[in-house]
Design a binder for this molecule. Structure first.
Ligand SMILES: Cc1cc2nc3c(=O)[nH]c(=O)nc-3n(C[C@H](O)[C@H](O)[C@H](O)COP(=O)(O)OP(=O)(O)OC[C@H]3O[C@@H](n4cnc5c(N)ncnc54)[C@H](O)[C@@H]3O)c2cc1C
Length: 386
């Protein structure tokens, strides 16, 4: 693993930082206060991101993307993590699942997502199937060459109303060594199709202004061209992307922790009680020391994971370790920052309360800490047959 930063990476970092200063940070407080990103602001971020080449930077150049590798994307995601998802998600990083598009799917779905003409949702979670993905009730049954889709999804998030959703549904059962298992297929489902309803769901107190949608499917007829990848291989298709998603969560957690730690350090050095800076009291100073240790370790875990990903040998447990460690590190940093600020940490005038609220989600989405620990445990015990 190489932890040295190249000249190109430094340039990339400066580009992203300048972009954030100019286009993102000035709007954070307004977005949190109002719980909305005005459409024209979102479109402006989108347009500026395209001008400087940050839009779809994650996808290969041969499909029109920026062609950055995972290590470079980690640098970007870490910077984005310093702010709110509600704003940085307008700088699209379309899901790599779309690379499975074939034939006219490329023109209908992949290319428009790369150019920003279309937005997608990744729809896996259901009201009764969150951690237990296999508990999904959404199902599609064959009708001639078509499929008829029924079911619902919730907590499906994005910056704005999408153009289509990648929907996971059971299309049968497979016999496996571990018993019967649902066959899951990914479908491309356009907004506006008869029987498909997509509406805004509950408001989340983390990343206010980042929308989540409820999807319902009532006998939605899908042609054979709506299957993404192979029938019955939906979860395998999602697997690689879910793993990288967990690493991006880790990188964003490092960015947010660095920002919080900067604020905590500043306050600890300047706020005086009993005639001394509060940072000179061991109870406060040690909090800063623990933040520094946690952040360094988290950054190294992310660097190790993206290196493995670039080498093509990332395991599920690698991504799970990153997700658990970085999100829990961030939550400790956020809570300790509030403590170091005392009462001021909870006042609306400062951004601490917002970053603290935003941090909480990181232990939940993309698979909870408990589920990540299950994945890690499985990787330890399975080789022993347990
Ligand atoms: C803001 C937001 C945006 C999201 N965006 C998307 C999206 O775009 N697409 C998408 O598909 N999903 C999305 N999700 C869903 C997210 O991935 C789920 O919320 C998450 O996986 C947890 O599922 P759940 O909320 O149903 O909790 P549950 O599965 O009900 O879990 C509740 C608690 O029980 C624990 N638990 C459950 N099973 C076990 C077990 N076997 N062992 C130990 N503990 C267990 C969990 O760890 C958790 O603490 C989003 C969620 C949120 C909040």
């Amino acid at each position: 693993m190489n932890t040295q930063t190249s000249h190109e990476t430094e340039l990339l970092l400066n580009t992203v930082r300048n972009f954030m200063e100019a286009e993102i940070y000035p709007h954070e407080d307004m977005v949190d206060r109002t719980g909305e990103v005005p459409e024209e602001l979102g479109r402006q971020i989108e347009a500026r991101a395209k001008e400087i080449g940050l839009f779809a930077a994650n996808l290969p150049e041969d499909v029109g993307g920026g062609g950055l590798n995972y290590s470079e994307m980690a640098v970007i995601e870490r910077e984005y993590g310093k702010t709110t998802h509600a704003l940085h998600s307008w700088i699209a990083r379309p899901t790599e699942l779309l690379l499975a598009c074939e034939g006219d799917q490329i023109e209908r779905y992949l290319t428009p997502c790369v150019t920003g003409e279309k937005r997608e949702l990744f729809a896996l979670t259901e009201p009764e199937a969150g951690s237990d993905v296999m508990g999904m009730k959404s199902r599609a049954v064959r009708d001639g060459d078509d499929w008829i889709l029924n079911g619902s999804k919730h907590f499906i998030s994005g910056p704005c109303m999408p153009d289509f959703a990648i929907v996971f549904a059971a299309t049968g059962m497979d016999e496996t060594k571990r018993g019967p298992r649902k066959r899951v297929t990914a479908f491309l489902v356009d907004i506006g199709m008869p029987g498909f309803d997509c509406r805004e769901g509950n408001k989340c107190v983390s990343y206010r202004g980042y929308k989540n949608f409820q999807l319902s499917f009532d006998n939605v007829r899908l042609g054979p061209g709506q299957v993404l990848g192979e029938e019955g291989r939906g979860l395998e298709l999602a697997g690689k992307w879910l793993g990288m998603g967990r690493i991006w969560v880790g990188a964003t957690c490092c960015g947010k922790a660095e920002r919080l730690m900067g604020m905590a350090t500043d306050w600890a050095a300047n706020r005086k009680q009993f005639g001394k800076p509060i940072g000179t009291f061991q109870a406060t100073g040690f909090r800063l020391a623990d933040m520094a240790i946690g952040l360094r370790a988290a950054d190294l875990l992310v660097a190790d994971a993206v290196w493995r990903a670039d080498e093509g040998r990332l395991e599920d447990a690698d991504a799970a370790m990153v997700k658990v460690f970085c999100s829990e590190m961030l939550n400790k940093v956020a809570d300790d920052t509030v403590q170091i600020y005392g009462g001021m940490g909870l006042m609306e005038e400062l951004p601490i309360h917002r970053l603290w609220r935003d941090s909480r989600l990181e232990r939940i989405w993309d698979g909870t800490s408990e589920i990540q620990r299950h994945i890690i445990t499985r990787s330890i015990l399975r080789p022993l047959g347990a």
